[in-house]
Design a protein around this ligand. Structure first.
Ligand code: NPG
Length: 368
């Protein structure tokens, strides 16, 4: 397969409501999409980097630049190209995993569409539908939080994840437990907001029977997470710390985590995400699929991944309307707390022309 050209497309999609985490508040999603054109098919890639380097070191302008100056020309020069050749071809460049993931996703989508094969089959999916959790941001009051959680439970979500930070942790968890009962699948996400010195405070969450506490400490503090895990009962889950199958294996061996949040964009693509799944399954560590406010393109691909056997916990792949009034693909609608895994070739969805045009802020065609 030969690369004939790549379109870099920037889009801006307003969120239906502000989404506050421990590292900031988002009101819209500025994203980079890639349309990868090969001799016999086109594929779509979505870069999950945020507008600013607050979740990780990557940000969308930098991703566009490194793709334009280094990654796309490197692939164009490759005499044979398939999705499995993308990561090795780009390995000489350090980091920029989200940019690499977007390009690999576009090549993988094009390759599978040309062969008529769904991504779910390529990855090894064993389910046709996956249970959906939902991520709930930090709110300005407990009543506002309880109303939001009630709305998501009415919508059928199978699991609630609460964003927490110092000053917004035990009280919201206690209020949600008290209002919605002990059966509710409930977890929290700190996005690195604490230190191991907060262990005694975080142990106050133990009585609430949480599924997990996600990334409580700095992404580079594996030993701190291992120490924290010895001091609290709530299982520790890592997100930002897990950037590859190698770091997943190290984190497990160091007993820094009992559960892993797998995000294809964070780890360099869906093929590395599958390797992380395989490492975790081999160690008996459950995984679930995280989210980065993806459009329907990334949502579709994440559903294929979330259908693999080791994804035994509900992920953050929620319905399109959790974040967007109008998606750029046919919207994903949660039914009985589940979403259908796309069955079409490749990622199984394509952008809707009018909806995509309405949110496009720039396009750039790189002929190769
Ligand atoms: O449902 C989603 O797509 C978002 C899930 C979610 O909470 N993502 C968090 C995270 O840290 O995992 C996030 C939010 C904003 C930006 C980056 C990451």
């Amino acid at each position: 397969m030969k690369l004939t050209g790549v379109e870099l497309r920037r889009i801006t999609m307003p969120l239906v409501a502000p989404f506050r985490t421990s590292f900031g508040t988002q009101t819209s999603r500025d994203a980079l999409l890639l349309r990868v054109v090969t001799g016999n098919a086109e594929g779509w890639g979505e870069c999950v980097a945020m507008s600013d380097p607050l979740y990780s070191s990557e940000y969308v302008d930098a991703a566009a630049d490194v793709l334009r100056r280094y990654f796309i020309p490197t692939l164009a020069a490759a005499d044979r190209l398939d999705a499995h050749a993308v990561a090795p071809a780009l390995a000489k460049f350090r980091g920029h995993r989200m940019a690499k993931a977007a390009l690999e996703m576009g090549v993988l989508d094009a390759e599978l569409r040309a062969e008529g094969r769904p991504l779910s089959r390529e990855l090894g999916a064993v389910r046709e539908r996956v249970p959906c959790g939902v991520s709930v941001g930090i709110m300005s009051s407990i009543p506002e939080l309880l109303d939001a959680v009630a709305g998501y439970l009415d919508a059928g979500y199978a699991r609630i994840k609460l964003k927490i930070e110092p000053g917004w942790d035990v009280a919201p968890v206690a209020a949600v437990r008290e209002r919605f009962g002990d059966e509710l699948l409930l977890q929290v996400d700190a996005n690195t907001a604490y230190t191991v010195g907060d262990a005694r405070h975080l142990a106050l969450l133990d009585p609430f029977d949480l599924l997990l506490i996600e990334q409580p400490l700095d992404e580079e503090d594996l030993l701190g997470h291992a120490e924290l895990a010895r001091q609290i009962r709530t299982p520790v889950c890592l997100d930002e710390s897990i950037t590859s199958a190698r770091t997943a294996a190290d984190a497990i061996r160091l007993q820094a985590c009992a559960i892993v949040n797998v995000k294809p964009g964070r780890v360099g693509g869906y093929l590395e995400a599958r390797r992380i799944h395989d490492v975790c399954v081999a160690h008996g560590v459950p995984v679930w699929c995280g989210g980065m406010l993806e459009t329907g393109l990334g949502r579709a691909a994440n559903l294929a991944l979330a259908a693999l056997p080791g994804f035994t916990l509900p992920g953050d792949t929620s319905g399109s309307d959790r974040y967007y009034r109008t998606d750029i693909t046919t919207p994903f609608v949660v039914r009985e707390g589940q979403l259908d895994v796309p069955t079409g070739p490749g990622i199984g969805v394509e952008p809707l022309a009018a909806e995509l045009a309405a949110v496009t802020t720039s396009t750039e065609w790189l002929p190769l």
